[in-house]
Design a protein around this ligand. Sequence first.
Ligand code: SF4
Length: 319
Amino acid sequence: MGAFLEVKNLKKYFRTPHGMLHAVDGLSFSINQGKTLGVVGESGCGKSTLGRLVIRLLDATEGSIFFEGEEITNKKHSNDLKRRMQIIFQDPYSSLNPRMTVKETIIEPMIIHNMYRSGKEVLNKLSEIMDTVGLAQRFENSYPHELDGGRRQRIGIARALVLQPKFIVCDEPVSALDVSIQAQILNLMQDLQDAKGLTYMFITHNLSVVKHISDDIMVMYLGMTAEISGSDELFEKTLHPYSKALLAAIPEPVVHSGRRRILLKGELTSPIEPKPGCRFAARCDYATDKCFAEYPVLEEIFPAHFAACHYVREINGLA
Ligand code: SF4
């Protein structure tokens, strides 16, 4: 069997009063079963749009998506797909219905999808899933506003898991949480992946968050791939100037590298009707006239390690 999830030349453009906004612009990648792809980039780079495209909450403008060998590019976000693909959102509070208790929130998908024959089976599953995500049974009748952020995110995870999906898009699932709770949720997600063989696309603006949970990392810049490789490789042999800036922004105790902080200057290029050059050129210390005129193609620099930069070899002493 090929890749569990495969995306080819995926594009999503939105019509705006000022022209077409290129939110996702020609992404290609794959994820193997039981693995995690970390998708990293600044706010507005198109990573959340990508997550919604992949699980068919949004229609693609161009390109194709294959899931478990089946092309789903134009398939509706049907009950069948919902059972196989789920999403966990960034803000657990706004993604939960404030009028529903923990119990009602978690059992709702089971009832909609008619998963169990009796109420007893549903309640057994509720109890099992609450145990799995570390939510004490005493919170069963609590409302979201009565719980802290970590517990609310555990409800979001329970709700996603209850349909027994194989693939989960995790859209900034810990960025609204305190640092100590972030670690708990990340550990929980990793344990669940190990126990259930889940496949994740883990979207975040924070490279340090995905370092340990990802097998591969794709760095996105304004709808396009700047760099993609194995997670360890990306941290050890960072190639693209934008990835280097993201890495240098990670606090020292995480990286231990003595890297100097790189301040990104210059204006963010508009994603509306973008010009043909490298989208990072206005902020890149190495930019030349060529960078403003031609978009660099994504090139394999080391085995399974790709970067899109005209001068990647010169910048990294590989020329
Ligand atoms: Fe910088 Fe040019 Fe490389 Fe773009 S192509 S990252 S502007 S050096």
